[in-house]
Design a protein around this ligand. Sequence first.
Ligand code: UDP
Length: 353
Amino acid sequence: MSETDHEVVAVDVYNDKIRHLLEPSGHHPWSSRISFHRLNIKHDPRLEGLIKSSDLTINLAAICTPADYNTRPLDTIYSNFIDALPVVKYCSENQKRLIHFSTCEVYGKTIGSFLPKDHPLRLEPEFYVLKEDASPCIFGSIEKQRWSYACAKQLIERLIYAEGAENGLDFTIVRPFNWIGPRMDFIPGIDGPSEGVPRVLACFSNNLLRREPLQLVDGGLSQRTFVYIKDAIEAVLLMIDNSARANGHIFNVGNPNNEVTVRQLGEMMTEVYSKVSGEPPLEVPTIDVSSKEFYGEGYDDSDKRIPDMTIINKQLGWNPKTSLWDLLESTLTYQHRTYAEAIKRAIAKPFAS
Ligand code: UDP
């Protein structure tokens, strides 16, 4: 909003996370260019009119926290597939452009993960690098309900692609690879339910703020690549502003240079948090927990996620810039500034009076 002159019509069931952006004009130079409509996209007659009056629709609506995939698989499938249908339909019927948010999870597990542990082919990029136009989608069995999300996302991607092929829908599909930064998810018991389980950045931030050990699921051996939210937003802005180069494409948006195991992420966050908060790390900074204990029955995991950058590079000239250390430094500075006092009060409360 600050770098462009676009107008935004925001639609959601809540607006608590963007309330500060909706304050009456004067606060931001662009305040008059954003409006908010509280409605549910799955059954609201106003949706088609809003899509018709806009040049572009960006669909971000989804349940996208892994703790929900195996415990609320129906809500996960409905929100990621069924509830997205009206948006796709109205864009297609009214010849409006759609940028749909999917997930890197549609790749599922890597081919290499099925090879024996020390097999030399595991080190070959074609056995693990994830390419939009070449890699298969490999999910676990149906009782591993973790994959309900990936499967729903894959089907909506296929539907959008088919709308493009058969009805000429102008679409772009975004596959985010672990975008992280300030304001992501919620801190349980502060700005979200105390029993809620957010994604790993917020889980580990919560542990650090409360001076509890970080919980490493199944040894913290899974690997992820993390990209800073500001870098990722630049990629989306390029898609918005370059329709001819973005339409008809699926884009990985991630940072292949920022790969760590979850254990290494925990260690790095512990070090960075100690630096930004001035508090010494715990003597035992991490503990191991089984996935069954942490997420319940039906959890499974993606082993490794390295995005191939060829297509986004060629089409949009985009490259991520921020290192993992730098993005954790700015994010944990924000977490400390925003939550440390509230956590102290919450911890003190049970003993008050
Ligand atoms: N994880 C963990 N401890 C936590 C939260 C998550 O070890 O407190 C692990 C989780 O099992 C997965 C990785 O961290 O291997 C990333 O999880 P996240 O929920 O951020 O999303 P994902 O990348 O799996 O979609």
